[in-house]
Structures are given as structure tokens and as C-alpha cells.
Design a protein around this ligand. Sequence first.
Ligand code: PHE
Length: 341
Amino acid sequence: MSINVDQIKNDIMAATSVADVEELRVSLLGKKGQLTLAMKELSGLDPEARKEAGKQLNEQKQEVAVAIDSKKAELELIEMNAQLEKDKIDLTLPVNQGKKSGTLHPITRAMMELSAIFANMGFEMAEGPDVEDDWHNFTALNIPEWHPARDMRDSFFIEGAETILRTETSAVQVRKMEKDGAPVRIFCPGRVYRVDLDATHAPIFHQCEGLVIGDSVTMAHLIGTLQSFLKSFFEVEQAPIRMRQHHFPFTEPSIEIDVDLGNGKWMEVLGAGMVNPKVLENCGVDSSKYQGFAFGMGIDRLAMLKYGIKDLRKMSDGDVRWLRHYGYAPVEMPSKTEGLS
Ligand code: PHE
């Protein structure tokens, strides 16, 4: 079989799409391609002739392969440019809300809402790492070594007892005070981890810590702040709260707060108290000059109460139907002035 390389090259040059080139490649160099078959036919020749013809055929194959590759590269570039031209998006167009395909998870939404509220009250957002050390998660927070919160059953330890997944966002207040000293007015939303699982407890959940330190911050400020927050978050005129005496190693005195959202039922929503002077000292803040309050709330629980979600476990099932039902359109940003939800 004689091979007309010039003709073949002309055919390649005439191709107008990557798909055409690919078709040509198969018909020339593929398993049953013209050049592949010609190669097989060589076995019928006598050794001398085979050597000569084989050499020539190999050169021709090489030439054809180069022509195919370069034509393919050229056409690929043209096709990519055409695609880019076609895919141009106009960022100035208004968002098409009717076409929304994804939704924001209610926890994300709740975080956005509480961020809007605290920012409006003059709080700065602070964040810390999910993987913490013993000092920030326990020791600095006045959680001594014998404290049950350190027990293997409650905390996820990584590589021994020094590194853990943070069990509460309170670790962030330590980092903030160590870094910037007093005064402080922060809120810290984030993920926390505990060894727990049932209908109302998940091993990963979300908290929002608050910390206010100043020279004359009192318990009355704490109560006023939380009452105001709860009214804003639940979008109600009145949010009566009930305080129960409690114990946290990092606050003294400590309270737990329940709220009645108008149905006569008290729901526990957060823990709080005046920052224990030992914690201030641990973080390098002079406790004879400064005092303040801290609070911590479960975001998952707040979201369940506000949006009427019954089972906590559904939050992390990844069920698209659930997400469509409870999710929020990503374009509607919550704001204190424009309305939260
Ligand atoms: N960290 C506490 C908890 O996880 C909540 C809390 C924070 C209580 C700050 C008091 C002060 O339960």
C-alpha cells in the first residue's frame, strides 16, 4: 500500500474542528488506521526490503503525528477562545432569583443574622482555630486538670493530650485577650466538638461566644445585651428571660438563661457570667483594673427554635429536600436596618 504523505497532510490541514482531527488520527494511526495497517503489511516483505520500507514508513508516521498534534493544538485554542467568547457573563445584570439552585444552610443563615445584630451593637467578630491546645481550651479558662470536661469521653483529643478539637468557642476569648489586652468587645461564631450523639446533641455543633471587658462592665450590661440580642434575633417585641444560677469555671458568678418566645415555655438558650478574674490574669489582663462578661450560645439550637426545625440530626444529613425546605436564598443578606429575615 502506498502512502501519500502530502495528501494526508493536506487533509489534516483542511480539518476545521478538534473532532475532525481526532477522526483523522483514528483513520490514520488508530488500530485499523491506514498507516498501522501498512506497518502490518511489511511482514510479508523480504528482510532487506522490509528494513528499508519500515524506516520510510516510520518517518512518515512521525510526520503525520506531528501534523496532527500541531493542527489539534491550533484548533483547540480556537475552540477555547470561541467558548470563552460565548460564556461571557455580565456581572452588572441583576441576580435572577427565580433561578436559584442552591440555598444557605439554616446554621449559616443564623450565623449571618447574629453577626448582623452583634456588629450593629458595636461588637467585632473574632475567630480562632478549630484545633486547639490545652492552654487555650482548658488551662487559661480555669478548667483544671481534674475537671470532667477534659475527660476523654467529652473531648476529641488528637495526638495525645496536648492537641484537641475545641470544645467551646470560649478558647477564642483567651486568644483575643492575649493578643490585644483590654478593653474588648467581641463575638466569635464557630464550630465546636464534643463526644456526644443523640436527638439533641451532635458531635459537631456551633457556638457563638461573646466577650466584653472594660473598667466598669457589669452584670446589668450582660443582661441588657442578651435581652436585646434575643429580641432582635427572634424578631419579637418582648423576650422575657429567666436566669438560673449555674457553674462555669471561667465565669463567676455564672448563669444559664432561658427565654420565653411567647408560648409560655422556657427554653434554655445560653450560658453566661462575669469573667472569672483568674481567666483575666491568665490572659495578661489586670483584674484589678478590668472586669467584664462573657456568654456562649448554641447556634444550632437558636436556629432550630427560630426556624421551627425539630430534629438536630437533620441539620447534617445533607438531604437536599430538607435543605430546599429550610435553606435560604443566598442573595438575601440579613441586616438590622433592612430586616433580618
Ligand atoms: N462555653 C460555655 C458552654 O459551652 C458557655 C459559656 C460561655 C458560659 C461563656 C459562660 C461564658 O457551655
